[in-house]
Design a protein around this ligand. Structure first.
Ligand SMILES: *[C@@H]1O[C@H](CO)[C@@H](O)[C@H](O)[C@H]1NC(C)=O
Ligand SMILES: *[C@@H]1O[C@H](CO)[C@@H](O)[C@H](O)[C@H]1NC(C)=O
Ligand SMILES: *[C@@H]1O[C@H](CO)[C@@H](O)[C@H](O)[C@H]1NC(C)=O
Ligand SMILES: *[C@@H]1O[C@H](CO)[C@@H](O)[C@H](O)[C@H]1NC(C)=O
Ligand SMILES: *[C@@H]1O[C@H](CO)[C@@H](O)[C@H](O)[C@H]1NC(C)=O
Length: 465
């Protein structure tokens, strides 16, 4: 079957509102047939057209879709498109513009871009904005957010699990695994984990294996952990956590053990535990001073682990704690100026720790703070330009910190760079896609790989800085 897609830009201007829909028209593809690099998209036949459809996200539940006007086959809402949807009781339904967006359903590489259809009352020029510094790279098979990303010993990036939707549509957590090869900029599928997981963590151990910890499956918070061997490409179980948890942190200690702290099930957890790769056993270690979830952890150059903020028992935390692997105990260290959760924590080349953004009970934050392990004090640094949570912060090889995306109401595509020597933030070129709940991994070649995330739906796109 020949599958040709035509790039279409529908621009509808009505009163003062502009609705712009970037979508792909699929020709000669069967109903629900593959039309996008995102496997969650399919071709929906349009009403009254022969063999022509629109490439759209497949998994919008029928109850979310309004019926088209039965006599005119027109949708009330501007930008929505009337399509055939036999799975929804064979009714014709209005597909929302956000679900036919090219950013969600990018065209398959083998696509001939032939026409630009402009339905408009005035002439509109569509300019292609070039995002300097951001290169698109291969897309994953599945869209996902809340996944985990780790760099393996051979430099490849392994992405595990994540969610395909927030409750509005089908809520699906994933068990699948995709591996990015920086030399070919392409993705391959690896064997599935035993459990679907979201809000889990992954750590590359010193022996080269990948440890997956906890998270939430489609039904419950997990205590199971799994080990991936990149040599044999197989998964095995490796003991259970003593406490089921998600939204925890995990840190590789200098001696090769793994510290897991806090998390939720569903209340915030105070306990922490250690994994020993030699014995493959999880044992309890000291409890923190505060229960917390959605906090952050960083390994300091003195071998201790710094935990900051998070959500405690009914309020957001401004305090931070240090774990000493020698004694297995936690001590309270300086307090941040601002309580925050879903922030980032990055160790700078000078050993200080940069905390950015996050949120408290009212607001998303643009503030940033610096922890000095010598004085155990926090100082405020210059604010970022944008408030954000569920963003990423990555230390670059030039010592600067790259902050990408996140959420402040809608998802963001804005990017900022922190320079520790001048304590300055500069805004640099936007990413190609708005995204939050994504991951960022620094590659061995110094580039940063941004993967997936959420923006109306789960994204399968990746880009390189
Ligand atoms: C369908 O469209 C026609 C023509 O615009 C209109 O008269 C009719 O009220 C619409 N029906 C519904 C159910 O909206
Ligand atoms: C698209 O795919 C078909 C069949 O695989 C191939 O014959 C054709 O050359 C491809 N077109 C482009 C533009 O790559
Ligand atoms: C992984 O699991 C999914 C569904 O749970 C299944 O569709 C897929 O074929 C599996 N992939 C592999 C490589 O086993
Ligand atoms: C692991 O979690 C399951 C499900 O919550 C529970 O039934 C089981 O007892 C737990 N195992 C351990 C070792 O805690
Ligand atoms: C941290 O929060 C506590 C409790 O809300 C508050 O009493 C304390 O003053 C805060 N500390 C700083 C440094 O803001």
């Amino acid at each position: 079957m020949v599958s040709v897609a035509i790039h279409c830009v529908l621009v509808i201007i009505f009163s003062l509102s502009i609705i712009k829909v970037n979508c792909y028209i699929c020709h000669g593809t069967s109903q629900y047939g593959r039309c996008s690099t995102n496997g969650a998209c399919g071709c929906f036949d349009m009403i009254g057209s022969d063999n022509t459809g629109i490439c759209a996200f497949l998994w919008v539940s029928c109850s979310q879709l309004k019926l088209c006007n039965s006599s005119t086959n027109i949708c009330d809402k501007l930008g929505d498109i009337c399509v055939q949807h036999p799975r929804c009781n064979s009714h014709s339904v209005c597909y929302p513009s956000s679900m036919i967006d090219e950013r969600i359903c990018p065209a398959l590489p083998n696509v001939s871009t032939t026409t630009t259809t402009t339905t408009t009352t005035t002439t509109t020029t569509t300019t292609t904005i070039q995002h300097l510094g951001w290169g698109k790279t291969g897309s994953m098979n599945n869209g996902r957010f809340g996944h985990a990303a780790s760099v393996l010993a051979d430099g490849k990036v392994i992405i595990t699990g994540g969610a395909q939707s927030f409750g509005t549509f089908y809520s699906v957590n994933l068990n699948d695994v995709e591996i990015y090869d920086p030399s070919t900029e392409s993705w391959t599928t690896a064997n599935n984990m035993s459990y679907p997981r979201n809000a889990h963590t992954s750590i590359t151990l010193k022996n080269g294996k990948l440890l997956i910890i906890g998270g939430i499956s489609n039904t419950n918070v997990l205590n199971s952990t799994e080990l991936y061997d990149p040599e044999t490409k197989t998964w095995s179980f490796t003991g259970n956590l003593n406490t089921n948890r998600n939204y925890h942190t995990s840190s590789l200690l200098t001696d090769g053990r793994v510290l897991v702290s806090g998390g939720a099930n569903p209340l915030s957890i105070i306990r922490s535990e250690l994994y020993d790769p030699q014995t493959q056993i999880w044992t309890m270690t000291g409890a923190m001073n505060f229960p917390r979830q959605s906090h952050q952890a960083s390994l300091l150059s003195n071998g201790r682990i710094l935990i900051s903020g998070g959500y405690g028992e009914g309020y957001y935390l401004n305090n931070s704690e240090l774990y000493d692997p020698q004694t297995g105990k936690w001590t309270i260290t300086g307090s941040m100026k601002h309580p925050r959760s879903d922030h980032t924590s990055t160790v700078l080349p000078n050993g200080k720790v940069l905390i950015t953004g996050g949120h408290d009970e009212k607001n998303n934050l643009n503030s940033a703070e610096l922890y000095d392990p010598n004085t155990e004090l926090w100082t405020t640094v210059q604010n970022m330009k944008y408030e954000r949570k569920k963003h990423t912060a990555t230390l670059l090889t030039n010592g600067k910190v790259l902050v990408t995306g996140g959420q402040n109401g809608p998802m963001l595509n804005t990017v900022e760079l922190y320079d520790p020597t001048s304590d300055n933030w500069i805004t640099i070129d936007n990413m190609n896609y708005e995204r939050g709940y994504h991951t960022a991994s620094i590659l061995k070649n110094g580039k940063v790989l941004i993967v997936g995330g959420y923006s109306e739906i789960a994204l399968n796109t990746a880009e390189l800085y």
